[in-house]
Design a protein around this ligand. Structure first.
Ligand code: ADP
Ligand code: 5GP
Length: 203
């Protein structure tokens, strides 16, 4: 997949604030595209098809996975999630920089294919705060909430291989941190070298 755009991967336990951060950062950087995943999870109140996710049935997901539609996929809290090649290619071609908000299993698959992508992990200030945020969001049933909290500790232990770790305590400070990471990545050698080569070719 040839593109001069940067790929950003954002992970972190459920309820840590990934979507809140993403929404705020995309207001500041409207050119940063977001790749919409496919999922077998039912839509939450207020979520809509094609905006938050492509909501599909499990048989459809498994058939798509069999066909090799997904660049990465994972079973998270009992539901399937995946990023399609087509969606990612479209966003990279149309916008350049693309943000993926995916779990740690998916992030590892992306790392194998795109080692040069920028991997960012969001952490809570402490466990209690994470529980409080998940409860306060009020989108999960009791069993689902328990699964998300249990999974959170396993996910946190994966933070060590990510490039940047952002603690989301005060939201606006975490937004600033994420914006700084994105800006810095845009000046990495690999992002700018194609322009330098063009410059060198000018007579
Ligand atoms: P995720 O996308 O990681 O599952 P959300 O962005 O949905 O998490 O955030 C979970 C809940 O926590 C939401 O109700 C959100 O408004 C709240 N939240 C996120 N970040 C903060 C923060 N820094 N301080 C207080 N509440 C927050
Ligand atoms: P939620 O159900 O709260 O929207 O998402 C649950 C988890 O699935 C989050 O950690 C989220 O980042 C992850 N997720 C969302 N889309 C994808 C995807 O396309 N691939 C993978 N691997 N994880 C995803």
């Amino acid at each position: 997949m040839e593109s001069s755009g940067q790929l950003f991967v954002l992970s972190g336990p459920s309820g840590v604030g990934k979507s809140s951060l993403r929404e705020k950062v995309r207001k500041e950087f409207p050119e940063l595209a977001y790749s919409i995943s496919h999922t077998t999870r039912p839509p939450r109140h207020g979520e809509s098809e094609g905006k938050d996710y492509h909501f599909i049935s499990e048989p459809t997901f498994l058939a798509m996975r069999e066909k090799g539609v997904f660049i990465e996929w994972a079973l998270v809290h009992g539901n399937y999630y995946g990023t399609s090649f087509e969606e990612l290619r479209k966003q990279l071609n149309e916008h350049g920089d693309v943000l993926l908000e995916i779990d740690v299993q998916g992030a590892r698959q992306v790392k194998d294919r795109f080692p040069q992508a920028c991997f960012i992990f969001v952490l809570p200030p402490d466990r209690e705060t994470l529980e409080k945020r998940l409860l306060q969001r009020g989108t999960e049933k009791r069993e689902d909430l328990k699964a998300r909290l249990e999974n959170a500790m396993g996910e946190l232990s994966e933070a060590s291989w990510y490039d940047y770790l952002i603690i989301n305590d005060v939201l606006d400070e975490a937004v600033e941190a994420l914006m700084s990471v994105i800006l810095a990545a845009r000046y990495r050698r690999q992002a700018v070298l194609p322009k330098v080569r063009d410059l060198l070719q000018q007579k």
